[in-house]
Design a protein around this ligand. Structure first.
Ligand SMILES: NC(=O)c1ccc[n+]([C@@H]2O[C@H](COP(=O)([O-])OP(=O)(O)OC[C@H]3O[C@@H](n4cnc5c(N)ncnc54)[C@H](OP(=O)(O)O)[C@@H]3O)[C@@H](O)[C@H]2O)c1
Length: 254
């Protein structure tokens, strides 16, 4: 069964950035449950080692900083070497989950903060899409899922740099869906609302309750709920869906 006709991801490799984070790890777990071979990327070496031993034989880990352009190119070279050596299947999926979130009002947002937000949340996913689409176009099949944010879709006071970086990625997602469709590559995004992860762990209980009051389902989401949406878009269950942003937000009303 080919990757394209398979509703699960057997015979497919999926590269996942931010695999050491809460949402990334949930995506790794779901992708492996769906029979994908996972190339898990992150900076946290001990977390990568833990994933390696937990999913032995179904995973290859790569340790690099996504702001290092050369390291990204090397990572894709290693992915292709593994394919050629038949250590894992051809690259079919890419999930850009690595991200950072700056919270600061306009006068307090330094140029450095703005550049860092753009570097991690936009330039890095963009370069990953450039290199991944080159490999995917060889077999004329691929699926890319970018983790954006409802903050980028709806705006949020005190988060303009983060929102802008995620909105940029949403724009690229919609444009690349059109550009890469003739090559058999779908490009979609998942836009989480408030998810209980390390990224939001600085919210104390009263702050969380305030946010939950603006969510129709009256709770935060889980990393697994985000991963379930990502795996749907990655798989051929979504074979006629491209250029979409799927909110996973319990209906967030800012
Ligand atoms: N949690 C939410 O409420 C929420 C809402 C909307 C969107 N999101 C998005 O969801 C994605 C995952 O977030 P999360 O909640 O799972 O946060 P998290 O647990 O803090 O994970 C963030 C991940 O990004 C990686 N990362 C950050 N900077 C990096 C860099 N320079 N190079 C390589 N990797 C880097 C981290 O890797 P290391 O730990 O190895 O450094 C980690 O794996 C992000 O894109 C975030 O913006 C989250």
């Amino acid at each position: 069964m080919t990757a394209l006709s398979s509703p699960n991801l057997a015979d497919s490799s999926v590269l996942i950035t931010g695999a050491t984070g809460d949402i990334g790890e949930a995506i790794v777990t779901r992708a492996i449950a769906d029979k994908a071979f996972v190339i898990a990327c992150g900076r946290n070496e001990s977390k990568l080692e833990q994933l390696s031993s937990q999913f032995e034989g179904q995973i290859h880990t790569l340790c690099y900083d996504v702001t290092d352009e050369k390291a990204i190119s090397n990572a894709f070279r290693e992915v292709q070497k593994g394919v050629t050596a038949k250590r894992w299947p051809a690259l079919y999926g890419l999930v850009n989950s690595a991200g950072i979130m700056a919270e600061a009002v306009l006068p307090m947002t330094s140029g450095e903060t703005l550049k860092q937000q753009m570097a991690v949340n936009f330039f890095a996913p963009y370069q990953h899409m450039q290199l991944a689409s080159r490999l995917m176009s060889r077999q004329k099949a691929g699926s890319i899922v970018n983790i954006v944010s409802q903050v980028g879709e709806l705006g949020s006071s005190g988060m303009s740099a983060y929102a802008a970086s995620k909105a940029a990625l949403t724009g690229a997602t919609k444009s690349l869906a059109k550009e890469l469709a003739p090559k058999g590559i779908r490009v979609n995004a998942v836009a989480p609302g408030f998810i209980d992860t390390a990224l939001t762990s600085h919210y104390d209980d009263p702050a969380k309750q305030k946010v939950y009051g603006r969510i129709e389902l009256r709770r935060g989401g889980t990393a697994k709920e985000v991963a379930d949406a990502v795996l749907y878009l990655l798989s051929s269950h979504a074979s006629y869906t491209t250029g979409h942003v799927l909110p996973v937000d319990g209906l967030f009303c800012p």
